[in-house]
Design a protein around this ligand. Structure first.
Ligand code: MLT
Length: 268
């Protein structure tokens, strides 16, 4: 576990293992801990790194507006700062997937593969943008509870909620610990993110697209279409999971990740 300074920005990262690098990007408004089960499973053969994006978790606070592209550039600067010059595998969930797609566009030469979990390539509708701005104002007044209330009904599969209440608790604890100013800035960043659908055919690296079969935020039909638009992508449905598939069904996700990494790191 360490902090790395990227100019004035302080980023936190957790790292284990040795071998080809896979770097994980968390969703909104979470932090690196959402990937603990993947780090534990893959560190035997890979150098696994989970970071806290700017403002989140144990990284330093956000000062002023931020964009999804800024988050992606932070990742590239972080790789420079820790001396990773080899190509990496990048895995992002939801907001982390938005960042991964921006990274693929802006820093394509640093990638050997991409994993997109429970995420979207389309931009927000006008209605969704407005909803985010209302929520951002609310979270600044009321604190993280406003975001937790808004996201709770759609984040996990109903069966996860019933059978694994500890997962719901873990997710909500991460949310509760996120700074309201970070939440507001990231909501605005997501509202302003560009539509990446036109750019998907330009992604040339092998890509694994994972989607919880009951994901209510980035539904399977939309993620199937996302995968179909990327030339070298494979789609996989994560059984029993909602939007937080790596936490809800880690065995399935870890098996898919391992298979993908084994195949693609031996091909490189
Ligand atoms: C996330 O899980 O990162 C969010 O659901 C993304 C979003 O709100 O678009």
């Amino acid at each position: 576990m360490r902090h790395v300074a990227i100019g004035p920005v302080d980023l936190f990262l957790k790292e284990e293992g040795a071998g080809p690098v896979i770097l994980f990007l968390h969703g909104f408004p979470l932090d690196h801990r959402m990937w603990d089960r993947q780090l534990a499973a893959l560190a035997d053969r890979y150098r696994v790194i989970a970071i806290d994006l700017r403002g989140f978790g144990r990284s330093g606070p956000i000062s002023g507006p931020i964009s999804i592209a800024d988050f992606a550039d932070d990742v590239a600067k972080l790789l420079d700062a820790v001396g990773i010059r080899e190509r990496i595998f990048l895995c992002g969930l939801s907001m982390g997937g938005y960042v991964a797609l921006q990274f693929a566009e802006r820093h394509a030469d640093r990638l050997s593969g991409l994993v997109l979990c429970d995420t979207r390539a389309a931009a927000d509708s006008d209605e969704a943008k407005e909803g985010r701005r209302t929520l951002a104002a609310k979270v600044l007044l009321e604190g993280p509870g406003a975001v937790i209330e808004a996201m709770r009904p759609r984040l996990l599969a109903p069966a996860t909620r019933r059978q694994q209440p500890d997962i719901a608790h873990e997710v909500e604890e991460m949310m509760r610990q996120t700074r309201p100013a970070t939440m507001a800035a990231a909501l605005e960043a997501m509202a302003c993110r560009p539509d990446m659908r036109e750019k998907l055919p330009q992604i040339v690296v092998p890509t694994l697209v994972l989607c919880g079969e009951q994901d209510a935020i980035s539904p399977p039909e939309e993620m199937r279409a996302l995968a179909a638009a990327i030339p070298n992508a494979r789609f996989d449905l994560v059984s029993g999971a909602g939007h937080m598939s790596p936490m809800e069904n880690p065995d399935h996700v870890n098996a898919q990740l391992r298979r993908f990494l084994e195949q693609e790191s031996s091909a490189n």
